[in-house]
Design a protein around this ligand. Structure first.
Ligand SMILES: Cc1ncc(COP(=O)(O)O)c(C=O)c1O
Length: 419
């Protein structure tokens, strides 16, 4: 990965966009996530360039990060939204996205949940025929299904969402029937969706999965005599988390997907269809650096360095076995390294977050910088042990702005009675 694209070193400290990271940790306290607007813009720009030859629309997957300030920023970059729940739809509408810039792909919703989405004019990808049936005669104007094309890929088993064993979508044969049913019910406008897994760093997988998807869509369209207004290929564009991993070549990914798209367009299909992408991680993961402070050190048979970031924030680590690049932000000139374990404050032994990593010798008060914490960190965090989730700030040129203040215990307890 290209660390220097994110942070750089100067006089013994780490910097992000001209801001001294240990200085920010001291000024605001920790845990804190520092985001770079520059990096978000750059990531959106890379995707735009890679898909510039087609009728492509980018919908940010807000499950990866739903900070309203970030959503407004992305709206200003003319990016739409991919939402997974009625509440995510409600947030997108609240921050000002028009309904036509939102696409929802919910799972196992009730009739009321589904109606709360469709009645706002938001297009929905049904996960199954049974979900469509829940709506009876209240079908939306546009009907779309999530297809399981039979293959999937994800960095971890838990984030592989296509192929055998996946809980998502419907097989192609069933999809043919599903669209036939919708057509019989009088539906005239259609879309189609897939999402086969997250954090994929191999461009050839996108070649294979998109070809399969377009071929399935082509078959469904021909057998039912329908046209698709949009083909939504989901997200999944990966970001390296291991320092030795290569960045995903999104230009190559764009080339494969657009080439496969045009193969079918040249046969007469999808001529007026829009191609939708739903990236989450690619846009926001490497734009966020999580800062922690060292709070205690136990040197017995191994070294346990305690910090104020725990598994309630980095649940990705115990959940998937995820890794993140870690640096000591105030000791970049220390060349002597020792092997340490970084542990958090939660009362679980799964809260050993980084095992046997090589870092400069640490002291209480040092600042730890954990990279790639923009995606699936705050959005997946909890208040386990009544710990506060991280504060968040955005660096925009020379300005820094608090975009989520530090949670208090009153914030955490506010929905309870009799506190
Ligand atoms: C339907 C859907 N779209 C988009 C995404 C975003 O994936 P990523 O963050 O890997 O781009 C997900 C993530 O699981 C998803 O389930």
């Amino acid at each position: 990965m290209n660390i220097e694209d994110i942070i750089y070193e100067q006089k013994g400290s780490l910097y992000l966009d001209g801001k001294n990271l240990p200085g920010l940790a001291k000024k605001y306290g920790t845990p804190i996530i520092v985001y770079s607007k520059r990096k978000i813009q750059e990531n959106v720009g890379k995707l735009r360039k890679a898909f510039s030859g087609g009728r492509t629309s980018i919908h940010f997957s807000i499950k990866s990060n739903y900070n309203p300030f970030i959503l407004r920023m992305l709206q200003g970059m003319n990016v739409g939204v991919d939402a997974a729940t009625p509440n995510e739809v409600a947030l997108a509408l609240k921050v000002g996205f028009p309904a036509e810039k939102i696409i929802a792909t919910p799972n196992n919703m009730s009739r009321e949940d589904l109606l709360s989405i469709t009645r706002q004019g938001v297009v929905l990808n049904f996960d199954d025929i049974s979900q469509m049936k829940l709506l009876g005669d209240d079908l939306p104007e546009v009907v779309s299904f999530r297809i399981n094309p039979g293959i999937g890929r994800g960095q971890f088993k838990g984030i592989k969402t296509g192929g055998r064993g996946s809980k998502f979508g419907i097989p192609p044969e069933v999809a043919v029937k599903a669209y036939r049913m919708a057509k019989r019910k009088g539906v005239k406008r259609f879309g189609i969706h897939m999402m086969t897994g997250s954090n994929v760093l191999d461009p050839s997988f996108f070649d294979r999965s998109s070809y399969l998807f377009f071929r399935i869509a082509d078959r469904i369209a021909r057998e039912n005599g329908i046209e698709f207004e949009f083909l939504d290929i989901g997200g999944g564009f990966g970001v390296p988390y291991n320092i030795e991993d290569k960045e995903l070549d999104v230009d190559e990914v764009g080339h494969y997907i657009l080439r496969n798209f045009s193969k079918f367009s040249s046969k007469g299909q999808f001529r007026d269809s829009q191609l939708i992408l739903e990236p989450g991680r690619f846009i926001i993961a490497n734009a966020g650096v999580l800062l922690a402070s060292v709070t205690g050190i136990k040197r017995y048979d191994n070294v346990l360095v305690g910090m104020d970031v725990s598994m309630n924030t980095l649940i990705r680590i115990p959940l998937y076995g995820a890794v993140h690049p870690v640096f000591v932000a105030n000791r970049t000139s220390d060349s002597r390294k020792v092997s340490v374990n970084l542990v958090g404050q939660v009362c679980e032994n799964t809260d050993i977050l980084f095992r046997s990593i090589s870092l400069p010798r640490l002291e209480v008060g040092d600042t730890i910088a954990i990279l790639n914490c923009g995606a699936y960190v705050t959005s997946m965090s909890s208040n386990y042990n009544l710990l506060a989730r991280p504060m968040e700030i955005m660096i925009d040129g020379s300005k820094e702005r608090v975009i989520r203040r530090r949670e208090t215990v009153e914030d955490i307890l506010q929905s309870f009675e009799n506190v």
